[in-house]
Write a protein that binds this ligand. Structure first.
Ligand code: ASP
Length: 439
């Protein structure tokens, strides 16, 4: 049995947090491969080491003095080292970093040092081997992750290690330069390592007890989801629910390795299991709700549109020509509505309207702004009658006007469009009807 365990920044923000992590790792021999993030926030007004590194390097890039900023970063690590009573000095490492900053090694290199240094501390603390991610995680010339090369080299390397620490977030380009994933990318590293060792599970330790049914900023103390499928997760993550980096599911998904989201501060909680497929029913008809504000709808009307072959293509071409991707396209007999992100669309709207007239010759075009989309996601909906009825009666009860409804034939989710102003009320109403009153 082998497990890959990734710990997020808040789980490694201080010596105290490191100790919790050490206990978790030592409690299970299967936890052989560890992927740490950089130290995160110790309290809400604190700054993540990654952000300190970006800011410090920005000074170096401008040729300004960055000594004080680098010293503050070093102090974050020294506080952890002394708190753990480790016999370890990072002086030599910081000398190299300072020199590389002066030589303008790049912001990717700078940011990656957060994980690199935390990995050194973690390896020392656990007595595990330290593997610099730059030697085992690779990107190609275009800067895209090179899965084949990485898998070959990383799995060969780890086959020879009983226990190892591989820092998250970065790897190297063919010329040896360090490159990072996008923010939160240690999740991706964890997934890549899990695939390389064909782990039984990829444990992703964070500061919440799993993936929550709804956004805790809208719903007070929402319950965590027990089990969610990759497809459900994609739908919710796309709509803004974040707990895991978007790209983290791909490496493990292909290998059928489940992800278990756990809470470093409450290790007794089971957390959320993210799986390919399951026969386990979710506790409620819905698995989760998520949503985003800031959409526009462009309603296009044309008599007899339905019988005009190619009409839809022409409409979408007007958006494509302006580099705008569409979100949803519900249609009627003589109408077609295109939902787009307001910020992408706003400064191009007249060009799109002109394009629509030129390409599709509609009778009428109407634009509505400040809309929100809500995704109600659940594999349980497929086998349950009346889900839509319950959602819409709950919304009607709260005086929420529904602007758009879209249910894919997979019956995995129902997308609802409301005004931005109704967004929170709508989410509360849906959570209430499915979770609190357990309908
Ligand atoms: N430290 C990086 C960040 O703050 C990567 C990570 O934590 O996953 O984005």
């Amino acid at each position: 049995m082998s497990k890959v365990v990734k710990f997020g920044g808040s789980s490694l923000a201080s010596a105290e947090q490191f100790e919790k992590v050490g206990k978790i790792i030592r409690a299970d021999k299967a936890r052989k491969y560890v992927v740490p993030s950089a130290p995160g926030k110790r309290f809400s007004a604190d700054t993540k080491v990654t952000d300190m590194l970006y800011a410090c390097y920005a000074l170096a890039e401008e040729g300004k003095d960055f000594k004080a900023e680098l010293k503050a970063i070093k102090e974050r690590y020294e506080e952890i080292i002394s708190g753990l009573k480790l016999n370890l000095s990072l002086d030599a490492e910081f000398e190299v970093i300072a020199k590389n900053f002066v030589e303008k090694a790049g912001d990717n290199y700078a940011a990656s040092r957060g994980e690199y240094l935390n990995g050194i501390i973690m390896a020392k603390y656990l007595g595990y081997e330290f593997i610099d991610a730059a030697t085992v995680i690779f990107f190609n010339e275009s800067g895209d992750f090179d899965a084949d090369k990485t898998d070959k080299i990383l799995s060969a390397k780890l086959a020879g290690c009983k226990n190892a620490v591989v820092p998250g977030f970065y790897g190297s380009l063919p010329d040896g330069k360090v490159k990072t994933f996008s923010r939160g990318g240690s999740d991706v590293t964890g997934s890549i390592v899990a695939k390389a060792v064909k782990a039984d599970v990829y444990e992703n330790w964070t500061d919440v007890s799993g993936f929550l049914i709804a956004d805790p900023r809208i719903i007070e103390n929402p319950e965590a989801i027990d089990t969610i499928t990759y497809r459900e997760l994609r739908e919710l993550a796309y709509m803004g629910a974040t707990v895991l980096h978007e790209d983290a599911i791909f490496p493990v998904r292909r290998e059928g390795i489940p992800i278990n989201i756990r809470n470093t501060n409450a290790p007794e909680d089971d957390g959320t299991w993210i799986v390919e497929s399951t026969c386990q029913k979710s506790k409620y008809v819905l698995t989760g709700i998520a949503g985003k504000k800031g959409f526009c709808s462009i309603n296009i009307e044309k008599a007899m549109m339905n019988s005009e072959i190619g009409f839809g293509r022409k409409v979408l071409q007007a958006f494509e020509e302006n580099g705008i991707s569409f979100e949803h396209v519900p249609s009627g007999i003589d109408t077609m509505t295109v939902f787009v992100h307001q910020d992408e669309f706003m400064h191009k709207e007249q060009k799109v309207v002109a394009g629509l007239h030129r390409l599709a010759d509609p009778d009428y075009i109407d634009i509505e702004a400040d809309l929100a989309l809500i995704a109600v996601v659940g594999r349980g909906m497929k086998s349950t009658r009346g889900t839509a009825a319950r959602i819409f009666s709950a919304l009607a009860h709260k005086n929420v006007n529904v602007k758009m409804i879209d249910q894919g034939s997979s019956e995995l989710n129902i997308i609802i469009g409301v005004t931005n102003d109704d967004f929170e009320t709508a989410i509360k109403a849906i959570y209430d009807i499915f979770v609190l009153t357990k309908l």
